[in-house]
Ligand binder design. Sequence first.
Ligand SMILES: NCCC[C@H](NC(=O)CCC(=O)O)C(=O)O
Ligand SMILES: NC(=O)OP(=O)(O)O
Length: 315
Amino acid sequence: MKLFSSVNDVTDLDALVAQALQLKADPFAHQYLGKNKTLALVFMNPSLRTRMSTQKAARNLGMDVMVLNVDKEGWALELRDNVIMNGTTVEHIREAAGVMGEYADIIGLRAFPGLKDRDEDYTEMIFNKFVQFCGKPVVSLESATRHPLQSLADLVTITELKIRSRPKVVLTWAPHVKPLPQAVPNSFAEWMCKADVDFVIAQPKGYELSTKFTQGATITYNQQEALADADFIYVKNWSAYEPYGKMPEVTEDWLLKNDSLKITNNAKVMHCLPVRRNLELSDEILDGPHSVVVHEAGNRVWAAQAVLKQMLENL
Ligand SMILES: NCCC[C@H](NC(=O)CCC(=O)O)C(=O)O
Ligand SMILES: NC(=O)OP(=O)(O)O
């Protein structure tokens, strides 16, 4: 594997999930694979889980790791081409990415969308430029439209915790106070559509995701209808795809409470985190027996380790 930016970069999904679970059972089985290899993690946005789990994964494989919070610690980056850099940007992504490629064998990049220009975000302008100019294998740490390490950890979690062979998985929209990217739900939908699950998306009118990511999903505007007999409920807010990055008004109550779970198959509740309590998810769910959010975050290590292992084997 030379690039991990979406489920389409995975040749055998079942094998990758099985690999992650094997690494969970025996974290140091390949502790010398990454000897003398360097992973650079480059963040243009904040992170807790991705930052820590990917470092841990790399160290379990014997890699050296460097982290650069380029938004805070690097020179202000110019991302557009053919501009006269006489403003506030100091260094172009062409040189910056190329230089990082000199220092690392594998690079991870986090670059959120601007949520202003849909074309720029959905063509992955920043991520693709970085891949082009760094010249090294790249792992997405969440790009404008996808978060594949999260989705892999989510599929690992579902595989581990399911109690029937083809579980019902519901992705439900949740409220928020500001416009968030569609990357996590797009990515989760894309992975679930390729997995052996019965997949349903529930969202208010106006919050339909791009159909590019939802082929094969059942889509409804009725949350309760979607939750019936669900084994897993994946809670996430996202802003509208059309009008892009906006928050159309929602009058119904989309905040899940324990009562909402009565009609489920004793569902496990997932969220990629960070989660805003009592806005996106209620205290009673997060602190109760249904929540698996911390367990799910723990699986980020094994997802990252499975991906890095495949990349190291292909260097
Ligand atoms: N990496 C996991 C989610 C990251 C991001 N959440 C956020 O920006 C939350 C910000 C806030 O709650 O203010 C998202 O939804 O894509
Ligand atoms: N879920 C996730 O990616 O968390 P961070 O943004 O903290 O890395």
